[in-house]
Write a protein that binds this ligand. Structure first.
Ligand code: NAD
Length: 373
């Protein structure tokens, strides 16, 4: 009898991959209305009865129904949430956690709120239950960031990885259109740039390409109708996959450029990603045409031009962002280029040369400048 024919698993290129992968991550719960329905039992599972809630006043008001259901467990509430988690703010939160003898942290909010909970967990070892309300993806990574006098220190620790994440697509319904799109493009950047890192491997690439498709579907859907729950689900699912890529494959050139410029000019996080992503990708794609082809294909483009595919997506949803609009002065283009050149180093083959960096910054500053390079 003839042996059953098996469709081979496609292997990109001619090299059979060698890789290791250790799955790590929180328990995740997805569902429309899951925050209100499941929060209490999920807190029980973690044995959290004296809870420190982290949420801004706005988030507290917006999600009051969710919070009311677990109100009797909340012994303290921190509303002082700041971008990039200043160390002094983190220390004040740690002091409250100790003073109130809490046994767990509940964060309801975006990446800044999750980041504040992580800072407390890093110091105290307290467990976190995270309920994200944006698409930043921080809730799924063991990465933390703290800022001291404008300098951001980032690190990794299993202590900061939340134990449980509740993804409820309804919670992001209040996000304004601009924040919805830039936050989802921030997630797209995790997927895309994670395919060009040294630590990328077939499993993270699988998460990345699935994430790219989910995010693109979700973006088109929510731009057409912000209340479309199926589209909101795709964005939540895509942001989970994207955060997993960031946690496993790490961040690459794109994130480094965003962090250097964001830190130096206090640029808003998600918008900076949106402004730079197509231009960094245009530089990166010749270094890994297989990754570029997979990204382009996930976005419905057959010619392998990932940068144009991402640019097209950003334009189609009306989310173009230029560095000139978010705080980079025109007179600082050369200075910003020098800063990048100095901080990135110029020894690696896949690190842009100074003229390439200048072209990249000019293009992200205003795409019309690209032609003049
Ligand atoms: P954010 O948390 O700063 O929130 C942006 C704004 O949106 C805030 O004003 C917030 O109040 C508001 N907001 C949040 N949810 C809302 C909702 N549902 N409706 C209306 N308004 C809402 O921004 P972000 O983009 O979520 O997070 C950015 C931060 O997260 C950065 O500091 C970044 O470095 C960090 N981050 C960390 C990781 C990691 O792995 N450690 C990953 C991604 C991002």
């Amino acid at each position: 009898m003839r042996e059953r024919e098996v469709e081979p698993t496609p292997v990109s290129g001619s090299v059979i991959p060698t890789f290791s992968y250790t799955p790590t991550g929180p328990r995740v719960v997805f569902g429309v209305g899951s925050a209100e329905r499941e929060l209490s039992s999920e807190l029980d599972m973690l044995g959290m009865s004296r809870v420190l809630l982290l949420s801004t006043a706005r988030e507290h008001h917006q999600h009051s129904e969710v919070i009311r259901g677990v109100g009797r467990r909340i012994v303290a509430h921190i509303t002082d949430i700041r971008r990039h988690v200043p160390r002094a703010v983190a220390q004040a939160a740690i002091d409250i956690a100790r003073e109130k003898q809490v046994d767990g942290l509940l964060s309801i909010g975006g990446g800044s709120t999750t980041g504040t909970a992580k800072a407390i967990a890093l110091d105290t070892g307290l467990p976190i239950l995270a309920v994200p309300t944006t698409y930043a993806g921080s809730e799924i990574t063991p990465i933390y960031g703290l800022t001291d006098n404008g300098v951001k220190e980032t690190g990794r620790s299993p202590r900061v990885l939340p134990r449980t994440v509740l993804y409820d697509p309804t919670l992001a319904m209040g996000l304004p259109r601009e924040l919805t799109t830039t936050s989802a493009i921030n997630a797209l950047a995790h997927c895309v740039s994670g395919m060009f890192t040294a630590a990328s491997q077939p499993v993270s690439d699988l998460f990345a390409t699935t994430g790219i498709k989910a995010l693109a579907t979700g973006l088109y859907g929510t731009v057409a109708d912000p209340d479309d729950l199926r589209a909101r689900y795709q964005l939540s699912y895509g942001s989970y996959l994207a955060g997993t890529v960031l946690a496993t494959a790490g961040s690459g050139l794109h994130h480094t450029i965003c962090h250097i410029l964001g830190g130096a000019y206090d640029l808003p996080h998600a918008q900076t990603h949106a402004a730079l992503l197509p231009h960094v990708l245009r530089f990166l794609q010749p270094w890994n045409p297989i990754a570029a082809r997979e990204i382009a294909s996930a976005l419905g483009r057959a010619d392998g031009d990932a940068a144009s595919a991402v640019q097209h997506l950003i334009h189609s949803i009306g989310a173009q962002v230029r560095l000139r609009d978010i705080g980079l002065p025109k007179t600082d283009i050369a200075k910003a280029t020098d800063l990048l050149y100095a901080r990135l180093g110029h020894h690696g083959k896949s690190v842009p040369s100074r003229p390439e960096l200048l072209a990249l910054v000019q293009a992200a500053y205003d795409p019309r400048m690209e032609k003049n390079v």
